[in-house]
Design a protein. Sequence first.
Length: 173
Amino acid sequence: MSRFARAETPLTSLVTSSRLLLAIAGAASLAACAQSPVGRQRADLGATSRQAAIERPHRVAALHPHPVSRARAPDEAADAKPALHGVASFYSDTETASGEKFDKDEMTAAHPTLPFGTRLRVTDVSSGRFVTVRVNDRGPFVRGRVVDVSPSAAEALGMLDKGVTNVRLDVVQ
C-alpha cells in the first residue's frame, strides 16, 4: 500500500454517502423550483382586466372574516346569503354601468358584483339607520369599500357630512 492511499472505514463511507445524498437532494430541489409556476402566476397578475379588478372586492371577508348571520324567519329561503360588512361611500355620476341615466334623488347603489336590479338593505352599524336601494351601477373602485350609494340614500343614512360609514349589506330581493 502506498503512503498516500487510505483504507476506507465505515465512518468515511457513511460521510461520503451522506454528502452524495445531500447533493442529490439539493439538485432535486433546484430542479423543482425551476419548474414552479410561481413565476408564471406573477406575470399573469399584471395582465388583469378591468372586469377582474371589479370582481376582487369579494375580499370583504378579509375585513370581517366572520360574516354576521341573522335569524331567519321560517318562510325565508334556506339559501339566503349572510350579511356583508364594510365601508360605504356615496357618489354622483352622469352615466351608470346599467345604461340608466343617473338620478341623485333615486335610492340606487353601485356594487361590484351583484346583478343589476338587486335590492339591498344598507344599514349604518353605528346609528342603526337603514335604507333599501336598487343596484344599477358598478363600483366602488376603492379597496375596502363594499357599496356606493346615491346622494339621497346617503342623506337618509345620515352620512353626507362624514362621506363614508361602516355598513351592513343584506340582499332583500
